[in-house]
Design a protein around this ligand. Structure first.
Ligand SMILES: NC(=O)c1ccc[n+]([C@@H]2O[C@H](COP(=O)([O-])OP(=O)(O)OC[C@H]3O[C@@H](n4cnc5c(N)ncnc54)[C@H](OP(=O)(O)O)[C@@H]3O)[C@@H](O)[C@H]2O)c1
Length: 265
């Protein structure tokens, strides 16, 4: 039961064009010596990250442009990445949210959120699990959220998708505990990224306060937890405490507190 070692291994990182995904790619290349397949929709951002990693850290990087809200692209990403290199691990990090009261007029947006945050990581986990079983080793990290455990009022589709991805990861890990394959999850609290600024969530508490950590800080914790093969990693004492205290809170009280926290000013 040693730690995972990523040195000279190839890992796929989804959602690497910004925020946590970009920071995870940098952490893996600079500190762990990994080579990377990085993916997202914004190719120019991925290309500039590739150049930076190759020149600063002398690691190999392959860019695959992919829209994970399209199920066909999810399968293509698997086929293309495993066709190019022998993959040791995947980090399912890509994600999106919508911060508004739920409304039928936005249903298409919710479908995309569920595709990107839940269906894509579930499918990629299963495709790579099958591939890793044939190789006899591998590692999967699914980035979920505190929203996998708390009702983030005004982010219903996001919260539902993260609950789904979290519990699926836990079950998959149990079902495959006899394999030489790590199946891990990591549930951050707030991170000061485009997700907050694009959705307007940054206006609630600012984007760099006590609760919203930098992407670099969260990425370092996520990789540390993944290397230790933790079933669930949570960054920071405050969020661990919140999760513990949640056990004693009635659902209605929890919803009331969440509504107050996320009510737009
Ligand atoms: N920020 C937070 O407070 C927070 C808290 C807890 C958990 N998280 C989780 O952390 C992960 C990273 O989020 P972040 O905060 O770093 O947000 P971010 O800066 O907005 O990054 C999201 C990434 O996902 C990619 N993405 C979005 N839609 C996609 C699609 N349809 N197909 C492919 N890629 C797509 C984006 O790339 P393109 O736009 O280029 O496609 C981007 O690289 C997410 O899973 C998020 O739920 C974030």
């Amino acid at each position: 039961m040693g730690k995972l070692d990523f040195k000279n291994k190839w890992l796929v990182v989804t959602g690497a064009s910004s925020g946590l995904g970009e920071a995870l790619a940098l952490e893996l290349a600079s500190k762990e010596g990994a080579n990377l397949i990085i993916t997202a929709r914004r190719k120019e951002k991925l290309d500039s990250l590739k150049s930076r990693i190759e020149s600063e850290f002398k690691r190999e990087v392959i860019v695959i442009e992919s829209d994970l809200s399209d199920p066909k692209s999810v399968e293509n990403l698997f086929r293309e990445s495993t066709g190019k290199r022998e993959i040791f691990g995947i980090i399912n990090n890509a994600g999106m949210t919508d911060f508004n009261p739920a409304d039928i007029k936005d249903f298409e947006k919710y479908e995309k959120i569920i595709e990107v945050n839940m269906k894509a990581p579930i499918k990629l986990s299963l495709l790579f699990l099958d591939y890793f079983k044939k190789k006899g080793e591998g590692a999967i990290l699914n980035i979920t959220s505190m929203g996998a455990f708390f009702p983030l009022v005004y982010q219903g589709a996001y919260t539902a998708s993260k609950h789904g991805a979290q519990v699926f990861t836990e079950i998959l890990s149990k079902e495959n505990s006899g394999e030489n394959i790590t199946i891990s999850s990591f549930a951050p609290g707030g991170i000061a990224t485009e997700m907050l600024s694009n959705s307007g969530l940054d206006k609630l508490r600012g984007s760099d306060d006590f609760f919203n950590w930098s992407a670099e800080r969260v990425a370092a914790k996520a990789i540390k937890s993944f290397k230790k093969k933790k079933l669930l990693g949570i960054p920071g004492f405050v969020y661990k405490l919140m999760l513990f205290l949640k056990r004693f809170m009635p659902k209605k009280a929890l919803l009331k507190a969440a509504e107050r926290t996320y009510r737009k000013k």
